[in-house]
Structures are given as structure tokens and as C-alpha cells.
Design a binder for this molecule. Structure first.
Ligand SMILES: [Zn+2]
Ligand SMILES: [Zn+2]
Length: 301
């Protein structure tokens, strides 16, 4: 009798899990199997054709979808096999497990108003007072694909964040992270005077990105900002001390790569992660420094 009850409980759990899926049941069964074992194969929930390519968002007609919190036409899909710190926090991108990597795909258009949508766009707004435009650069829809190691591992600490990479990380709202450098000969502290009201701007082919504070996500707090190409998490200026309360958040002492090893609410075992911090190269606060801590994955666009 006891065994029958246990069997029925397991069966009903599986049926309930499948019902929750908005896609097809086969891939969620695979995802379920992966979630309870090691990450060995593509789990598939979020790597269908729509999620893979997304739609091309037109800046001049872009609007916000209040339900998704993303620009209309931007896909959010977080594979069930992803760890909870990713699937519970990231949106305006799709992500899934493939082999020993997490794959993120992003259209990379900001889910905020921006000067860089252009004056005819519903999402246009003026720059912060005192700032000037970054040339004629405008936001445009991208097809960024990040392949990030699922198990982050310490590297040499000497791999430059400026390797001609399309992006060095992705924020929780699906946007590109750039490093502490500006386009030569500028220093980033000068280029910061072209940032929009949310601390971002596009480069000359329309890739919107954050080098510094991402004010939509973090303002002197311990919020999760995103994931870096080496698989380590990045947070705001504070560390959360491994607790949900903000009263014990503290300003961490960091290494030269903006990181340290500590517990956070997402990592109960002390784990390396980065923080937004003052950067001596940029002479302003930046998300990343000049080098990666870990062994990096790859990115294409
Ligand atoms: Zn830039
Ligand atoms: Zn920390």
C-alpha cells in the first residue's frame, strides 16, 4: 500500500510538471530528467526556432510590453534545467542548458526609454542634463549568443576583457555588459557623459550596453546584475551577506578584478563573484575590470 502511494505521488508530480509547461511535453520531460541529474545534454525547453532567433525589434516603433517587462517582440524563456539563480532572475532573453554550457540568446534592446531609440520612437527620451549624444549611434536589435560554462572555474586572471568580444556578459534584463574601457583615445569617465538615463549607450553598430552602473537594476545595493562570460555572477556595489535582508548588506573588499569569494543568497557555499566597483583604469565605478577571473566561454553576434 505504502509503495503504491509513493508511486502515485511521483506520477502526479511528473504530470503536474508537464502541465505547467507552455511548450511541448517531451522537452520538459528531458528538462526534468536533466534537472535531477548532471548537465549532459541540451535540455531543449528554450532552444526552439522562435526562441533561437527572436524577432527583429524596430527601434522607431518599439514599445514596452507591461506583462513581460520587455520590449514587445523580445522573447523571455528560461529553461527549467537552469539553476534557480538564473531562471528566477533573468528576463528579456532566452537561456537553456547545452552540454556543459548555458546558452543565452538576446535581442539586446533596453526595456527602458532611451535617447538612443531615436526621436521618432515611442521609447525616446532626452539624455540626462549635461550629457551629449554618442555620435549618431542608435539602438538596434541584435542576435547575441553567449555560450557560458555551467561550472565556472578559476582561470589565469590574465585574459583581457578587451579581446574584441561582442559582449563580456549579459544583465538580468538581457543587455550586453562591456568592460572598463572606452573607444580609444577616450577614458571611460569621458564616455560616461554619453550614457542615457539608465547608464547605457549603443556602440556604432547599435549594440546597447552597460560598462558602469545599470540603474534599472542596481543603485548602491546587492542586486544581481547578471552573468559574466566566465560563468561567475555579478552584483551591485553591496554584498548581501548570504541573507535576504538588506540591513546586513556590506561593501566588500575586492581583488583587482572586482571580485571576491563569499556566500550570497544565490550561493550558500562561498563562491567567487564580481561587483560593480571603483575602477582605477576607468576612474569611475564599472561592472568589470580589465581581466576575467575565470575561464571564459564564447560569444557571437
Ligand atoms: Zn560603450
Ligand atoms: Zn560579494
Amino acid at each position: 500500500m505504502y509503495q503504491r502511494i509513493v508511486f502515485l505521488l511521483i506520477l502526479s508530480t511528473i504530470v503536474l510538471t508537464c502541465k505547467k509547461s507552455s511548450k511541448d511535453d517531451n522537452s520538459s520531460l528531458v528538462a526534468l530528467a536533466l534537472a535531477s541529474s548532471s548537465l549532459t545534454a541540451s535540455s531543449g525547453t528554450c532552444n526552439g526556432s522562435t526562441a533561437t532567433t527572436g524577432t527583429t525589434v524596430t527601434a522607431s516603433t518599439a514599445t514596452l510590453d507591461s506583462t513581460s517587462g520587455c520590449v514587445t517582440g523580445v522573447t523571455t524563456c528560461m529553461d527549467t534545467a537552469l539553476p534557480s539563480w538564473i531562471k528566477n532572475n533573468f528576463k528579456c532573453a532566452t537561456a537553456y542548458v547545452s552540454g556543459t554550457s548555458y546558452v543565452f540568446k538576446s535581442q539586446n534592446v533596453p526595456n527602458t526609454k532611451s535617447f538612443y531609440y531615436g526621436s521618432t520612437s515611442p521609447l525616446y527620451e532626452t539624455l540626462p542634463s549635461g550629457n551629449t549624444a554618442a555620435g549618431t549611434n542608435k539602438v538596434s536589435s541584435q542576435k547575441l549568443v553567449y555560450t557560458i560554462p555551467a561550472t565556472a572555474t578559476k582561470g589565469t586572471g590574465t585574459v583581457s576583457t578587451q579581446g574584441g568580444l561582442a559582449s563580456i556578459g549579459i544583465t538580468v534584463n538581457g543587455l550586453a555588459i562591456f568592460n572598463n574601457a572606452a573607444a580609444p583615445p577616450d577614458n571611460l569617465s569621458v564616455e560616461a557623459l554619453t550614457f542615457d538615463n539608465y547608464g547605457g549607450h549603443p556602440q556604432n553598430s547599435g549594440v546597447y550596453h552597460h560598462h558602469a552602473g545599470a540603474s534599472k537594476i542596481t543603485n548602491n545595493d546587492a542586486n544581481l546584475v547578471g552573468i559574466i562570460l566566465d560563468g561567475y555572477a555579478i552584483y551591485g556595489k553591496k554584498c548581501d551577506n548570504g541573507t535576504a535582508t538588506t540591513t546586513d548588506d556590506f561593501t566588500p573588499t575586492l581583488d583587482s578584478l572586482h571580485g571576491h569569494t563569499a556566500v550570497t543568497t544565490h550561493f550558500p557555499t562561498a563562491t567567487y563573484h564580481y561587483h560593480l566597483a571603483y575602477d582605477s583604469t576607468a576612474t569611475i565605478d564599472t561592472l568589470m575590470g580589465s581581466y576575467f577571473y575565470g575561464t571564459t566561454g564564447s560569444v557571437s553576434n
